[in-house]
Write a protein that binds this ligand. Structure first.
Ligand code: BTN
Length: 245
């Protein structure tokens, strides 16, 4: 991975560029990295705040030969890779909140957005967008983000070298992706669960069709969250925002 790196000073969104490259047959492992995004995208149509020189904003093109329902596995794989990279480059220990938020002391330090290009029922490419808040200080955040967002620098009290972090994230991602192609999702699932905070806890999952409150049981083979509600019914949740109690 990272054999072909497109480095940009300022872009709307690295996802948008990666989509175009993937459509133009870019090789697996092609990466787009930008210093700034003026229209960074988050999950569920949200905006991702991506100011200049402070974070890691990147998108990676993968072309796995897997069925579409298994694509969420790659999001979880990317989350594990980023957690390991953060552990390698800083002294802090992050945790994962399903599906792919990385938190330190309960505040979000990384978001991952996975998008697909598919033809009929086959995956053509998976575009994994990773946003890591690295050297922002609290005063750099807009008021409404201060209680929910943080950066590696705020949490570790040091400036972090972004190139080291990117290099480490590529290495981890490459290693885990090879493991995944060789052994399947199980080893990744075990690693993911070892970093997850929500498993076994009472949570509320807000989905587009309503809320489910219950105990998070774990994830399925496909990376889908299982929640047992207060009446003992087990739900499978594909996409939601999770609130811990
Ligand atoms: C989330 O909502 O938590 C996901 C945020 C994903 C942000 C990254 S930054 C690089 C890539 N380009 C984007 O526009 N979004 C993703």
């Amino acid at each position: 991975l990272g054999q072909s790196i497109h480095y940009e000073e300022s872009v709307e969104s690295t996802q948008k560029i990666a989509h175009r490259l993937a459509y133009d047959q870019a090789a697996e492992g092609t990466v787009v990295v930008a210093e700034e995004q003026v229209a960074g995208r988050g999950r569920m149509d949200r905006v991702w705040h991506s100011p200049k020189y402070t974070g890691v904003w990147m998108s990676i093109i993968l072309r796995p030969n897997i069925p579409i329902p298994k694509a969420p596995q790659l999001t979880l794989l990317a989350a594990v890779a980023v957690v390991q990279a953060i552990e390698e480059v800083t002294t802090v220990t992050p945790q994962i909140k399903w599906p792919n938020d990385i938190l330190i002391n309960g505040k979000k330090v990384t978001g991952i957005l996975t998008e697909l290009q598919a033809e009929a029922d086959r995956i053509n490419s998976v575009i994994i967008g990773i946003g890591i808040n690295v050297n922002q200080q609290m005063e750099d955040y807009p008021e409404e983000l201060r209680t929910i967002a943080t950066s590696l620098s705020i949490e570790s009290g040091k400036r972090i070298n972004r190139a080291d972090l990117i290099r480490s994230a590529f290495n981890r991602l490459e290693h885990l992706y090879e493991l995944y192609l060789e052994k399947g999702f199980l080893p990744i699932k075990l690693l993911w669960e070892s970093y997850a905070i929500s498993i076994g806890k009472m949570i509320t999952a807000r989905t587009l069709s309503g809320s489910i409150r219950g105990r998070a049981l774990g994830i399925t083979e496909d990376g889908v969250l299982k929640i047992e509600d207060t009446e003992g019914i087990v739900h499978q949740v594909y996409s939601a925002d999770i609130e811990l109690e």
